[in-house]
Ligand binder design. Sequence first.
Ligand code: NAD
Length: 488
Amino acid sequence: MTLKPHEQELINQVQTGLCIGGTWQPSSTGATFDVQDPATGEVIKTIADATVDDALMALEAAVTAQEAWAETSTRGRSNILRRAFDLLMDRHEDFALLISIEMGKPISEARAEVTYGGEFLRWFSEEAVRVRGDYRPTPEGAGNIVVSHLPVGPTYFITPWNFPLAMATRKIAPALAAGCTVVIKPAELTPLTTIFLVQLLEEAGLPAGVVNVVPTTSPADQSSALLKDSRLKKLSFTGSTPVGIKLLEAAAQNVLRTSMELGGNAPFIVFEDADLDRAVDGVLLAKFRNIGQACTAANRIIVHESIADAFAQRVSDRVAQMKIGRGAEESTDIGALVDGRAVAKAERLVADAVATGATVLTGGKSIEGPGSYFEPTVLDRLSPNSALMSEEIFGPVLGIIRFTNEEEAVKIANDTDYGLVSYVFTENVHCGQRMIEKLQTGMMGLNTGLISNAAAPFGGIKQSGIGREGGFEGISEFLSTKYTLIPR
Ligand code: NAD
């Protein structure tokens, strides 16, 4: 199926070049790469493939723009972010469609991503004017201490393909609010949304060179060149833990400040006293949103033995009704996975779960034909040894494991190197409180399957990351603290 005329018209509006110092330009070698619609496998656009030299030019542009941007009044920076938010809301539907076409998620979820992603522009337009310092006397009375928070300087962002808009605005908005300039490298599978966002930022009045965009098919070469350059002052990465570890090693050479938003393996615990309707709705959202391709996706469904049969039945009845199709169609519940590798991974994980004793209640197979589809799947009676328990699934596969007491549930939940988010369903406030303290994650949903909010400090512990995005905390990732002593 080829693009519909209004989809083609939208894709035509997206620039094909790199944005360096306010100029849209081809790669210095003329190299290009193709972007596909995962629902059909068709090429939808061919764009410039940035070389290392291009990336270094982008850093040069960010360095050149840094001083003037840091000196722009906080109200001036705030106004640009607010205009960008307003423009994004005007183009809400265009951005949603673009996300759905290049990434595959259902259009209703793409709309939700535009609302969520846009909120970072509005939130940080409000935070830009609230950066404040501190003034305190020295205890012995000999002087005063002035504490200031200053922009860290030029930053480099690497973002994943699963939320092409929100992962970009969650970094760009606080950086701009803090007075930092940006070089951004979107994921090669979904670069178009970021390019379109940078076009929108220009329209909102962002000066040339403040945000530069350099998509590439050689991310390791690009990051290694930029991380070696001492003019770069900050790296913020969202993606998988193995790549995050490599980047941390490289960043250590320059003692570069880093923020890391990495993988997850979220436990979803349903206690005996849970409101079952709520828990079923919660798990469908936490597992199948974004076709299971979210760092916050519920990965291990840990259900009390006494309610597990009823829970499993209700979940699989609902999942069996989900409609599979191209994300851009209104009726679709489950879109295409991002590529064939994601389908192969889901196949492997289901085969392993079955081999280690799990039962397939619904789904379990990939779908023949163009596009990378996998049936939404429910597995019951997972073995603790199955790969589904330790690997980040990143697909529409839900596996249930049973427990008999609270201590066991906590032990299963914490038995992972990841620590991004946990979900807990219980009507017992004391149990809920205990879980806040005992579950080793940076975030928790208590009786909800959706935790993302621009006002909240998003981030993980253990191998899920370092730092927080969003909330009051988000801007401080882009500020450095300086104190000045003034003797009396
Ligand atoms: P990935 O790590 O393969 O890629 C992420 C980004 O890193 C892409 O832009 C890619 O081009 C780039 N990259 C890959 N290898 C690189 C290298 N050697 N040097 C520099 N850059 C490199 O991850 P992905 O498949 O795009 O995204 C899925 C992963 O992202 C999952 O693990 C998911 O949990 C994680 N994620 C985390 C969050 C969070 O906030 N914690 C949010 C979304 C996704």
